[in-house]
Design a protein around this ligand. Structure first.
Ligand code: KG4
Length: 335
């Protein structure tokens, strides 16, 4: 089963060809990061226009790299939610037209389900059930993945996502956009006990998270130092910030996997690339005898191969759409 998959929810345009949900024949990604860096964040209108400019070319390149033709495509999968609405619409419109022209099924894929499925590409032995810690630029979720397409959200952030918090921290420290990678790099040179930063608990909801207090605390520290002229060790602040993020994520994910008794924990999304979070997950999983799956760095960020992987299982479950498929800025993962 050959799936052409499409991803355009934020600032990466991507088209892939994936066989049977597990084998990537081509994974074409165009990152718009340089277009947005000058503004310090993603500009939605620029993102949409750029997707339109490159999406057809990426599909042609994917077919050429895989040595396949349009007639070989059995289905088209597309990331239809959540994301920047104009950006998502480009991918959805493209996928609909390709599916209609080829007369093949159209498969809508939730973007975060795609992030989780990136692990199926890296770990052929991985199968549900497992607990997933899905941490990206727009979402922070702890999910009970009962089966490939049957899942239940156990906890979510009440406000900012972990990735958003990395990006704001980078911005206030003048580290550029996107912020996760430079904060990660600087943190490695700092002391994580230099600044006591808050790790929020949500009363009565042990798996829910909140990152807005942490974000505000970092911003206030930086502004205060600017106003008083005090020297601020940016590496120490980054290390302390990462420690707080990790303390908000790792114990919750471990508690969920132990409560459900699956013995398997999966990480997913852009923030799963963070070296502190990866190291803490590895330590905690090892100590608890839990098998940990963390995507390789190239599969943590947005890509279309992960959409093709999840698309395969959605197709097997009969989750297809007609040409009236819409794009959504937000959509529940377990709807
Ligand atoms: O999953 P992703 O590529 O896009 C969404 O689906 O949202 O995640 C992007 C987020 C950004 O906030 C970026 O700063 C963050 O992932 N990120 C990182 C690292 N690399 C990317 N955060 C922490 N450490 C990293 N090494």
């Amino acid at each position: 089963m050959l799936i052409l998959s499409v991803e355009s929810t934020c600032d990466e345009t991507a088209v892939a060809l994936v066989e049977d949900g597990r084998r990537v024949l081509s994974d074409q990604i165009f990152s718009q990061a340089v277009l947005h860096a000058v503004y310090g964040g993603v500009v939605p209108e620029i993102a949409s226009r750029s997707h339109v400019e490159v999406i057809y070319q990426l599909a042609d390149r994917a077919l050429a790299e895989a040595g396949r033709s349009k007639g070989d495509i059995d289905a088209v999968a597309v990331s239809y939610a959540p994301g920047l609405i104009g950006a998502v619409l480009v991918g959805v419109s493209f996928a609909k037209s390709v599916a209609a022209a080829l007369g093949v099924p159209l498969v809508p894929v939730h973007h975060i389900r795609g992030h989780m499925a990136a692990n199926y590409l890296a770990y052929p032995e991985l199968e549900p059930p497992y607990v997933c810690l899905a941490i990206s630029g727009g979402n922070s979720l702890i999910v009970d993945v009962r089966d490939y397409t049957e899942m239940r959200v156990l906890g979510a952030t009440r406000d900012d996502a972990a990735g958003e918090c990395f990006d704001k921290t980078a911005r206030v420290l003048g580290l550029g956009y996107p912020g996760g990678k430079p904060v990660d790099a600087l943190a490695r040179q700092g002391r994580d006990d230099a600044f006591p930063l808050p790790v929020a608990q949500v009363e009565g909801r042990p798996y829910d998270m909140s990152f807005s207090g942490l974000k505000t605390a970092v911003i206030n520290l930086v502004h205060k130092a600017e106003q008083t002229g005090a020297e601020l060790n940016r590496a120490d602040l980054c290390a302390s910030f990462e420690k707080a993020v990790s303390e908000a994520l790792v114990p919750r994910a471990m508690a969920a996997v132990q409560e459900l008794g699956y013995g398997k924990l999966v990480a997913a999304g852009g923030v799963a690339a963070n070296s502190r979070v990866r190291a803490d997950l590895e330590r905690a999983a090892h100590a608890a005898g839990v098998t940990l799956y963390v995507p390789p760095l190239r599969l943590c960020g947005d890509n279309a191969a992960m959409i093709g992987a999840q698309g395969y299982y959605e197709l097997l479950a009969g989750h297809t759409a007609g040409s009236d498929l819409n794009a959504y800025a937000s959509r529940e993962l377990d709807a």
